[in-house]
Each structure stands twice: as structure tokens, then as C-alpha cells.
Write a protein that binds this ligand. Structure first.
Ligand SMILES: Nc1ncnc2c1ncn2[C@@H]1O[C@H](COP(=O)(O)OP(=O)(O)OP(=O)(O)O)[C@@H](O)[C@H]1O
Ligand SMILES: [Mg+2]
Length: 414
């Protein structure tokens, strides 16, 4: 069971929202409905589920319904139609008392413009959520101080928000949300006001905190780079409808339509795609150290080489048919005919592995965290990533050619 389930949720703004539902069901467009009825369609028949411990990113252009969606999760907005379940429980059925507890304990929100109290100290701001929960003063001050430390703001406890930079204020907002220990953090464009360096620092910090705390985070952004960097799953909204929902690699490799494609074109694929998304199935791996047996296996395989574990965990080498034959002739040992190959980890970005893969004489083995062979990355696969990127850029005339173009590929003899 997912932590949050959204079922057939539609939201219409206007005086008689229910009257518009039949038009939505007919598939009439948001613009049509607005011109004809004066009602604004915020969301149209949304279905999605969010698992505990995920960073779930919601993306889309301005007005596509991102804030409207996320505000349903803590019931700042109620749907015109549909259901929202939290841990299997229908949150629309909550009475006021239950709803207040739900907002305190289960859903905490980080706003774009920080929402800090200017006349309270940083520590008081962070401890605020706990005060509301009735946590004793000493406990809440200690816990707030811990969270300030966690977001890199130890020493600023007694400062006032106005004395802090925008990025620091945003971190206070994050500490405040984390401090409540809610199950879910709702972050609406939480990093959008930050300058790029601080923004990427915050992204790293959020990813690190998430890895440690296993919180569920629903994160809204305009920015696909940010979405790809943070998201375990990404939902893309257009005019209130969900056009695609999937893991980053799927969004990148199989955009559902032109709208998604237009986001994807901006992305630097080599930085985002990882080794495991471009690798091919593993080639022959042999475990014998007997020359004759190894030769028999290589001859029987479609390739003229095979991988062998040649050192500790995750260290692989290659034996070729030619090498094995030569070894037999010269009565060499098995180890004598093993050639070294570099290996790469499954989650390494293509950017980091390309020079290794392009310079290696053999497809480079991809190993998981246990050192197991998962697949291989060929030169062709790496070049394919560049080709896709170049093609995406070429289809958009008038754009300046930024960092990555085909000519950046290191030169090798192929
Ligand atoms: N209270 C409201 N009354 C009327 N229409 C609304 C209201 N809130 C949102 N809308 C409309 O619903 C649609 C979705 O708005 P929403 O704020 O969810 O977009 P968004 O994706 O968050 O945009 P942005 O990126 O600009 O924040 C828009 O057409 C908006 O005009
Ligand atoms: Mg918004």
C-alpha cells in the first residue's frame, strides 16, 4: 500500500464547480471550460500514488496545477471530485480535530518564501511546530538546535531571520519542517528563490537528509534538472492533467508527449543518465581458471572474450580467445592471460564514465554495490547518449550550444 493515494481527483475553481464535472468527463479543454463557464480547472482526474520514503517530484509549467495538487495533501484545498488516502485512510473524512492532528503530525509544509516570523529568533522559529504539538520547552529547544546543526546553521540560534541570507532562511524553513518529525514534507518550490550555487547545495543537503531519515518528500519544481536530481519519481502536469509519472530515467528516455519532450530537451543527459540506464546485459563471465575449459566456454559464446573476476570484489579482467590460445601454446598460467579492465559503478553518471568507456578496449563492466557484474557499457552506448542530446538540441534552432556537444567526446582510436 502506498502512503498517499490520489484517486480520480478533479478540482474546479468557480461558483458551481460540480456543474463543470460533466464537461471535464467529455474531455473538454481547460481553456474551453474557462471561456464557456468562467470556471477554472485546477486539476483534472488525477490518479497517482506515493510510496513512503520516496522523493516524489511534481513538475509542470506555471498554472499547470502543481500547488493545487500538493495543497490537497494537507487539505488546504478539498477536491471537487475524487478521493485522497493517507495510509489507506480517507483524509476527506477527517473531522476538524483529526485534521489538525494530521497536519501537525503527518504533513509539514515548506513554503517558497520561508514563512518565518521576523521577530522570533531562528531557534524559536524552528521550534514553533513543536510548541504547537505541546512539546515541553527544554525538549523543543534541544531538538530545534539539533536540526539547525543538521542543516548547517549551528551558531545562528539566537539570530533573527532578517540577519540571514535567503539561502540560510530557506534552511531555517527546512529545519522547522524537519523538526516536527512529520511523515511527509510538502515542499512547494522551496528552492526556487535561491541562487544556483546555494540551490544545488540545498539539493545535496536534502538528498543527504532524505537518505538518513527516509522521509517522504513531495517536492514541486519548475526545473527538470532539479526534478531529475532529487526525484525517485516525477509527475508531470499540464493544464491540470497528469501527462506522465515515472522514474527519472523513464521521463528522460521515453517522454510521453511533446510537452514532456520540451522539458527533456533542456537536460544535460550525460549528467543525469547513470551507467545502469545505458548498460547492456552482461557478456559471458567465466569462473574457471582452467585454460582449456575457459577456451571451450569462450569459443561457444557469441563473443571472442569473457570477463573473469581478477581481484577482490568488483574487480574484473578480460580473457580473449586469442589470449587463451596463445597461453595454451606457451604453457602460461591462467592469470598470465588475464587483461585488466576498469569497472564502473551502476549509479555513476555517464559524464563520469565516458572517458573510461571510450578508451577501454572492451565494453566496461558495470558492478553493483556488492561488486556483482550487472552489465557492460559499450562505446556505442556512450556515443548514443551524445547523439540523442545533439539531436534534441538540433531540433531547436536558435539555441546556443552550451556545455555538451559531440565535439567534447575525448578522442580515441575506435
Ligand atoms: N483559489 C483559486 N481560485 C481560482 N483559480 C485558482 C485558484 N488557485 C489556483 N487556481 C487556478 O488553478 C490552476 C492551477 O494553479 P496552481 O497554482 O496549482 O498552478 P502551479 O502549477 O502551482 O503554478 P505556478 O508554477 O505558477 O506556481 C491555474 O489556472 C490557477 O489560475
Ligand atoms: Mg504553484
Amino acid at each position: 500500500m502506498s502512503l498517499i493515494e490520489v484517486k480520480n481527483v478533479s478540482k474546479v475553481f468557480g461558483p458551481r464547480p460540480q456543474s463543470v464535472l460533466p464537461l471535464l468527463a467529455e474531455g473538454r479543454s481547460k481553456t474551453d471550460i474557462l471561456t464557456e463557464t468562467g470556471h477554472n480547472v485546477g486539476l483534472c482526474d488525477i490518479n497517482l500514488s506515493i510510496d513512503a520514503g520516496q522523493i516524489f517530484v511534481v513538475m509542470g509549467l506555471s498554472g499547470s496545477g502543481k500547488s493545487t495538487l500538493i495543497r490537497h495533501f494537507n487539505r488546504l484545498i478539498d477536491p471537487t471530485a475524487g478521493e485522497i488516502l493517507f495510509n489507506g485512510e480517507d483524509i476527506l473524512g477527517f473531522d476538524t480535530k483529526r485534521l489538525i492532528a494530521f497536519r501537525r503530525e503527518n504533513m509539514s509544509m515548506v513554503f517558497q518564501h520561508f514563512g518565518l516570523m521576523p521577530h522570533w529568533t531562528v531557534l524559536e522559529n524552528v521550534a514553533f511546530g513543536l510548541k504547537v504539538q505541546g512539546v515541553p520547552r527544554k525538549v523543543r529547544r534541544d531538538r530545534a538546535a539539533e536540526w539547525l546543526d543538521a542543516v548547517g546553521l549551528a551558531g545562528y540560534e539566537d539570530s533573527y531571520p532578517g540577519e540571514l541570507s535567503g539561502g540560510m532562511q530557506q534552511r531555517v524553513g527546512l529545519a522547522r519542517a524537519l523538526c516536527t518529525d512529520a511523515d511527509v514534507l510538502l515542499m512547494d518550490e522551496a528552492f526556487s528563490a535561491l541562487d544556483p550555487l546555494i540551490r544545488s547545495e540545498m539539493q545535496d543537503q536534502l538528498t543527504a537528509l532524505q537518505a538518513r531519515l527516509q522521509k517522504t518528500i513531495v517536492f514541486i519544481t519548475h526545473d527538470l534538472d532539479e526534478a531529475l536530481r532529487l526525484g525517485d519519481r516525477i509527475a508531470i502536469l499540464k493544464d491540470g492533467a497528469l501527462v506522465q509519472c515515472g522514474p527519472p530515467s523513464e521521463i528522460l528516455l521515453n517522454p510521453a508527449d511533446d510537452y514532456v519532450e520540451s522539458f527533456v530537451r533542456d537536460v544535460n543527459r550525460i549528467r543525469v543518465l547513470t551507467a545502469d540506464t545505458v548498460m547492456k546485459p552482461p557478456r559471458l563471465r567465466i569462473t574457471t581458471e582452467n585454460l582449456d575449459e575457459a577456451l571451450r566456454q569462450v569459443r561457444a559464446s557469441p563473443h571472442d572474450f569473457a570477463y573473469v573476476q581478477s581481484g577482490g570484489e568488483g574487480v574484473y579482467g578480460v580473457v580473449t580467445q586469442e589470449g587463451l590460445e596463445e597461453g595454451k601454446r606457451t604453457r602460461s598460467t591462467f592469470q598470465d592471460v588475464v587483461q585488466d579492465v576498469p569497472s564502473i559503478s551502476a549509479n555513476a553518471p555517464v559524464e563520469d564514465i565516458m572517458s573510461v568507456a571510450l578508451q577501454s578496449d572492451f565494453p566496461v563492466p558495470v558492478v553493483d554495490s556488492d561488486g556483482e557484474l550487472q552489465g557492460v557499457v559499450t562505446k556505442k552506448a556512450v556515443i548514443g547518449v551524445f547523439a540523442d542530446q545533439a539531436e534534441a538540441r538540433a531540433t531547436r534552432p536558435g539555441e546556443d550550444e552550451s556545455e555538451t556537444t559531440v565535439k567534447d567526446v575525448p578522442k580515441t582510436e575506435t
